[in-house]
Design a protein around this ligand. Structure first.
Ligand SMILES: [Zn+2]
Length: 505
């Protein structure tokens, strides 16, 4: 009945105001954002900036334009004079089930820390403006837990990643845990003798894993080509035909494929198999680990990526964040109190809480045999590689998209929410211009995952996910840390409400 009433009201309004062509909007508990500078890009990446107004009803944008339309019904007004409204940011590489500095045993011994971390996690992403997340290896329990939160970003996923039997992922765990932790995997015929006899192999064919992925409402498929991070580990990798067949099957089912790739040979395999998105920057190549300069070959890889219109997730923070775990200096970041609760910060400051730093130092000591140079020098060279390859990709027209891989590691380097902002800062410091960063975090990221119909710009009919900023992000990326209001799914929050300090005030 109510729907009918509303529809006819709108019709009457159309008839009355038909000659002026500006319909009257009848809102029910809506939002008017008035007098804003609206910045949004079209699908062909034209960025438009204009003074105007936005109307939101339920979880959708119903109007955005220069004229203030006639509005009736119930709504609240947010006066955005002097402020900038942009689409909510998208981080297309997260892992909401991974808990920084907490491992399996802590789920038994420190359950209060797990609770504290998980309670704050969705709000931390929103605190830094990430209203949509794409989890690239999500299980059902984590999804259910996340969806129960009252305040949260939109969560999309590629479901469980499709692993390679005994390859990267499973290969990090003892044999009895591998198949339990990584149930979705494929194999080559040559591996048959190593696979446990009681395995139902019909669940591990390419059509079977793609079907499992679709059943989980995935928006894409994630798979891996990783030999061991430039020689630190030694894992088997899928054969060319296995990778090609997997990508073909995913494409036949309209799933874009994200390939975990960090080396030049993995990038080449990805191009050959026609994957759509490279899930990391390119950091590993043959030759001295103390040379930060990417070889010529990498420039030609980027040229091919541009020609084939593939996407690359920068994920600079994977490496830069590892350095932060090594030094632990991120604990002093002024914004950390907003994204982690106080008890969790105390844990990070305790000796026990710094176990991951010790383990990382031990790992470097065991893999870097060179005693003539400091470990620091190796780490800094890797940071430099990340910066130089990102710049090279950008200079060669590669379509970068924002994926922070939060958290990529067990240390302190990838704190949810904050890490996405640090990724934006890192892109800027590497030389990526502000317009590209804006596109990479909004419409381009949506397009890479076929989400452009509902996300990525301020347009009628799209989801009402947006940010009100005090400063202009096209002038300085620091503006992404001047959020006044976050609107997600049509509900507005003052930024303070999303801070970990809010409840303790
Ligand atoms: Zn990842």
């Amino acid at each position: 009945m109510k729907l009918h009433f509303k529809a006819s009201l709108l019709l009457v309004t159309f008839l009355v105001s038909g000659c002026t062509n500006t319909p009257e909007y009848h809102l029910n508990d809506g939002i008017l954002i008035s007098n804003a500078t609206i910045i949004s890009a079209s699908e062909d990446e034209n960025i438009r900036s204009f003074e105007g107004h936005i109307l939101i009803e339920a979880d959708s944008i119903v109007y955005s334009g220069k004229e203030l339309p006639k509005i009736k019904g119930s709504y609240k007004t947010i006066n955005a004079t002097g402020k900038f409204v942009i689409p909510g940011l998208i981080d297309s590489h997260v892992h909401v089930g991974h808990t920084i500095t907490l491992k399996d045993e802590h789920y038994e011994t420190r359950p209060e820390l797990v609770k504290s971390y998980n309670e704050q996690l969705p709000k931390s992403y929103l605190y830094f403006g990430f209203t949509s997340l794409i989890d690239l290896d999500l299980n059902e329990n984590t999804r259910n837990r996340f969806q129960k939160a009252a305040i949260k970003p939109d969560l999309y996923s590629t479901s469980r990643g499709v692993r390679y039997f005994d390859g990267y992922g499973p290969g990090l765990f003892p044999e009895h845990l591998r198949l339990k932790y990584f149930p979705r995997w494929i194999y080559d015929q040559s591996q048959l003798t190593s696979i446990p006899k009681d395995t139902d192999l019909s669940e591990h064919t390419i059509p079977a894993v793609v079907e499992q992925t679709i059943k989980d409402n995935a928006i894409g498929l994630k798979t891996y080509y990783e030999k061991g991070f430039g020689g630190v580990f030694d894992w088997p990798v899928p054969s060319d035909s296995l990778l090609v067949n997997l990508v073909n099957e995913a494409h036949q089912n309209n799933l874009p494929v994200v390939l975990h790739a960090t080396s030049s040979d993995a990038y080449k395999k990805g191009l050959q198999a026609n994957v759509d998105i490279f899930g990391h920057g390119l950091w590993h190549w043959e030759g001295s680990k103390l040379n930060p300069n990417p070889p010529d070959e990498i420039k030609s890889i980027y040229e091919e990526i541009r020609a084939k219109e593939k996407y690359v997730q920068s994920s600079m923070r994977v490496i830069l964040g590892e350095y932060d775990t090594y030094t632990w200096s991120l604990i002093n970041h002024p914004d950390i109190k907003h994204v982690l609760q106080n008890d969790f910060i105390k844990w990070l400051k305790s000796e026990e809480g710094r176990w991951s730093q010790e383990e990382l130092i031990a790992l470097y000591n065991s893999v870097i045999k060179d005693s003539t140079q400091s470990k620091e020098k190796y780490l800094k060279t890797f940071n430099e590689r990340v910066i130089r390859t990102t710049k090279l990709a950008y200079d060669n027209g590669v379509r970068l998209i924002l994926g922070s891989d939060s958290p990529a590691q067990e240390g302190i380097g990838n704190v949810p929410g904050l890490n996405g902002f640090l990724e934006i800062e890192a892109l800027s410091e590497a030389g990526v211009d502000n317009k590209t960063i804006f596109l990479a975090s909004t419409i381009r990221n949506a397009r890479a995952f076929n989400l452009q119909h509902s996300l990525g710009s301020i347009k009628n009919g799209k989801r009402a996910n947006m940010l009100i900023l005090n400063q202009n992000p096209l002038l300085d990326v620091k503006a992404y840390n001047t959020i006044a209001t976050v609107i997600v799914s049509g509900i507005s929050y003052n930024r303070e409400q999303l801070s970990a300090t809010y409840n303790s005030q």
